[in-house]
Design a binder for this molecule. Structure first.
Ligand code: SF4
Length: 336
């Protein structure tokens, strides 16, 4: 209340001023929940570079404007826009469930960690669910594992990854949509700065863990400029990444609800075009996808980068958003 009657007539001095102060911003309150789960590994559809996915958390605090995993909160009757970022569910009993499941599956076909929500989001600092899964993997052999994250917290688990890599293969995909820290702040408000993600690339590479960078999702007219992607690939290579890929933005209805207002606020001149292209479909049609695929391929060649980690070239990833989503629909989850 900036003007008007005092809400506390008995107060005087600073107490009176405080009581009359207008709310500038209400701090977000993130709530964490323990979520019982019957299984952890979800089978993907045929043709994917990995057969299984694992997501230790539901919801993601990073709050990326384009995130399409938001709709997973709808299944829990929660609001995909706000609750997805503020109500985080940590899956329980990771070790016993995963140990049981690993006896039944062929882990050499690939287990991708973090296909839906970020496995190193802030909750992981406290609840260690991803770390619990890695500890289980360290007891096994012959597994092909990959981790996808935007967080430099991943470097915390390098010792565990080295232990895993003695008898398995493991690689890490770091998502960096842009090197521009202010743009990243707008797009991914609570994710670590691009520079911190690059530091994580460096630490992983120095430790001998295969690491790649993905500028996903590539957003038309926002992050798709050749020079931006080129700078990013060069920085990735200079920090020790050995592979690089990129797929075009696709917008589920739940993501449109967040992404369109974002475009309207920060790129009003692009709104109409985004609406025309994405209003009725999640995937872009037309030659744009091929243009991006060729652009990424040329950049890769320029910097001597591969399309995937040494144990498998992920040829489908440059154009993979739709495919990944289709594959992971079984899991009803997916993220960049
Ligand atoms: S895109 Fe990934 S990191 Fe961003 S909010 Fe969604 S799950 Fe989290």
């Amino acid at each position: 209340m900036l003007f008007g009657d005092s809400p506390a007539p008995g107060l005087v001095g600073i107490a009176k001023l405080a009581a009359r102060s207008e709310v500038l911003e209400a701090k977000r309150i993130v709530q964490y929940f323990e979520m019982e789960s019957r299984s952890l590994l979800n089978r993907t559809r045929p043709g994917m570079p990995f057969e299984w996915s694992l997501n230790p958390y539901r919801g993601c605090e990073f709050g990326c404007r384009y995130c399409y995993a938001r709709y997973t909160h709808e299944f829990m009757e929660l609001r995909e826009s706000v609750d997805f970022e503020d109500r985080i569910y940590a899956k329980s009993a990771i070790a016993p469930i995963l140990t049981r499941e690993l006896k039944r599956i062929d882990g050499s076909k690939g287990i991708a960690i973090g296909t839906a929500t970020d496995p190193y989001q802030p909750a992981e600092r406290r609840f260690h669910r991803t770390q619990a899964a890695l500890k289980v993997f360290a007891q096994h052999s012959g597994l092909v594992l990959s981790i996808t994250t935007k967080s430099n917290l991943v470097a915390r688990d390098i010792p565990l990854m080295l232990e895993i890599s003695r008898r398995n293969s493991i690689s890490v995909n770091i998502t960096i949509t842009t090197l521009d820290a202010s743009l990243a702040r707008l797009l991914e408000p609570r994710a670590p700065r691009p520079e911190l993600r690059l530091q994580a690339v460096r630490e992983l590479a120095d430790a001998g863990i295969p690491v790649g960078v993905f500028p996903n999702p590539i957003m038309p007219m926002i992050t798709d400029q050749p020079e931006r992607l080129d700078r990013l690939a060069k920085a990735a290579r200079d920090h020790g990444a050995t592979y690089f890929g990129g797929g075009v933005l696709f917008l589920m209805p739940c993501s449109r609800k967040v992404f369109f207002p974002f475009v309207e606020k920060h790129y009003p001149h692009l709104l109409r075009r985004y609406q025309e292209k994405y209003e009725k479909q999640a995937y872009l049609k037309g030659p744009y996808r091929e243009v991006i695929r060729d652009r990424i391929a040329a950049i890769r060649d320029r910097y001597g980068l591969r399309s995937g980690p040494p144990h498998r070239e992920i040829a489908s990833w440059p154009d993979a958003q739709g495919q990944l989503f289709a594959a992971l629909a079984v899991d009803r989850t997916h993220a960049y």
